[in-house]
Write a new protein. Structure first.
Length: 157
């Protein structure tokens, strides 16, 4: 039996996650159903996980039929621009949270904690994670120090 290429396995996984039945995947990849079943279970493939995205694309495609060529061109340019902006904003978010974590790790000053929390709050509104302005306050009297360890998680920003 010939070794199954990585490309065929990637296609099989994509079809599986798109919601296709094993028989359909077998037909389109020439990988046996038992091999597909074994690999999908072993690697934890999630059946139909991408199906909602596929249906969203169908709705978008149908909506675009009503647009003129110039509207489609502008739409596509805006999608690219906003995608690039989002990637840049995400990178900035990670860097800012890493810097805030360093500041909090090396400081016992209540004003530093308040500044970081205010900045994170404003940033969360800017990127759309927080739709409202938080009302959290940190009140520390001059000279008062916090003994609670504080760190910020930068994963998934």
């Amino acid at each position: 039996m010939a070794k199954i290429s990585a490309e065929r396995w990637l296609k099989a996984k994509a079809l599986y996650e798109a919601g296709q039945k094993l028989k359909y995947i077998e037909t389109h990849t020439d990988i046996s159903i038992p091999a597909l079943s074994l690999k999908s279970k072993k690697e934890g493939w999630i059946k139909s996980v991408n199906e909602p995205l596929i249906y969203a694309d169908i709705m978008l495609t149908e909506s675009k039929h009503n647009l003129t060529d110039i509207e489609i061109k502008i739409h596509n340019e805006e999608v690219i621009r906003l995608t690039k902006f989002g990637a840049s904003l995400n990178l900035f978010s990670v860097k800012a949270m890493e810097k805030a974590n360093v500041l909090l790790t090396n400081s016992d000053n209540g004003n530093d904690f308040k500044a970081v929390i205010d900045a994170v709050d404003r940033h969360s509104m800017t990127v759309g994670y927080n739709k409202r302005h938080a009302t959290s306050n940190i009140n520390m009297q001059q000279g008062q120090q916090s003994t609670a360890p504080v760190t910020l998680n930068v994963e998934g920003v």
